[in-house]
Write a protein that binds this ligand. Structure first.
Ligand SMILES: Cc1ncc(C[n+]2csc(CCOP(=O)(O)OP(=O)(O)O)c2C)c(N)n1
Length: 330
């Protein structure tokens, strides 16, 4: 039970870390301190945190442009993440990748990409590597409802199914691809319905509930490790902010109403998990507040670390751009 409690509290802590990280990102963009794009994950925290809670440290994840929540959920270092966003040499890519390129191979974070759906074939490749090496690592590929309409997504699912690869396709259906509603862009009612075309289970999950995500992913992981092949999970969720920070806010009226946003805010994932912890007598209100305080301090410290870190040297501009030559296999 203590182990379970640690896990459930860790889930709360990571959701709060993402929220606080992203609230700071918003301000950094607004002040012009963070240059370039930043796509916030606020409102979707339960999806990645619940899913990653079902993984081992040596399992893999791949992400997309909405890219800070996934690494934090997998145990990534918020200092290195913040430093990367500010373009500093202490960041995950030594300041040369930016918001959409956080990777940490030591804990299975294979990286992200701003090209919609491009990480799905990468996830399938990693799963194939895992199967060939017989190391039973599973891969979770996070992608959006918009990405689910891309050809690369379907090629990836088909191949993974044929070869029974240990990969979990986790569609974060936050309902809009920039401003396009998935209801107008997807022919089936649920994205999880598409699983039947690839002979894999398709499961629709409440993406505001970290425990529901944890349970659904646990079963998908079991299948993957047992050699039974891939699963498609569709997490029904919502992004509370604009598609990307700084994108013209006046767009909002034209594609979703404030009332709709309010309905989803009622089911805030941090609130849902906190209430569950209290109801189950796993944590008191005071303990939850203590996590909030710890998280605020941790992110403030990460921001200070990032601000005080140096920029990369001009001489390092081209270092780390290419991998070392790969060994040749016969
Ligand atoms: C191949 C490609 N097409 C278009 C874009 C522009 N673009 C960036 S994000 C995005 C929407 C993606 O929506 P979704 O996959 O649902 O993810 P979400 O932003 O909702 O998390 C688009 C069209 C892109 N980056 N790559």
């Amino acid at each position: 039970m203590d182990e379970d409690r640690d896990l459930y509290m860790m889930m709360l802590r990571r959701m709060m870390l993402i929220r606080e990280f992203e609230e700071n990102v918003k301000q950094l963009v607004q002040r012009g301190e963070l240059v370039g794009m930043a796509h916030c994950y606020i409102g979707e925290e339960a999806v990645a945190v619940g899913a990653c809670a079902a993984l081992r440290d040596d399992d893999y994840i791949t992400g997309n442009h909405r890219s800070h929540g996934h690494p934090i959920s997998k145990g990534g270092d918020v200092r290195r993440a913040m430093a990367e966003l500010l373009g500093k040499a202490t960041g995950y890519c030594k300041g040369k990748g930016g918001s959409m390129h956080l990777a940490d191979f030591d804990i299975g974070i294979l990286g992200e990409s701003g090209i919609v759906a491009s990480a799905l074939p990468v996830a399938v490749g990693a799963a194939m590597g895992s199967k060939m090496q017989g190391n039973d690592r599973v891969v979770v590929a996070f992608f959006g409802d918009g990405a689910s309409n891309q050809g690369a997504c379907h090629e990836a699912m088909n191949l993974a199914s044929i070869w029974k690869l240990p990969v979990i396709f986790l569609c974060e259906n936050n309902q809009y691809a920039v401003t396009t509603s998935f209801k107008e862009a997807v022919a089936v009612e649920n994205i999880s319905d598409r699983a039947s075309a690839y002979d894999m289970p398709g499961v629709l999950v409440d993406g505001q509930d970290a425990m529901a995500m944890f349970e659904a992913t646990t079963e998908a992981v079991r299948r993957a490790r047992a050699g039974e092949g891939p699963t498609l999970l569709e997490a029904r969720t919502y992004r509370y902010e604009d598609h990307s920070e700084g994108l013209v806010r006046i767009l909002r009226e034209s594609y979703r109403t404030d009332e709709e946003v309010e309905v989803w805010r009622e089911r805030d994932p941090i609130k849902v998990h906190s209430e569950w912890l209290v109801e189950q007598e796993i944590a008191s209100e005071e303990e939850i507040e203590a996590v909030r305080t710890y998280v605020a301090e941790t992110i403030a410290e990460a921001l200070q670390f990032a601000r005080e870190s140096p920029y990369p040297e001009l001489d390092d501009l081209l270092t780390d751009m290419y991998a070392d030559p790969l060994p040749t296999y016969n």
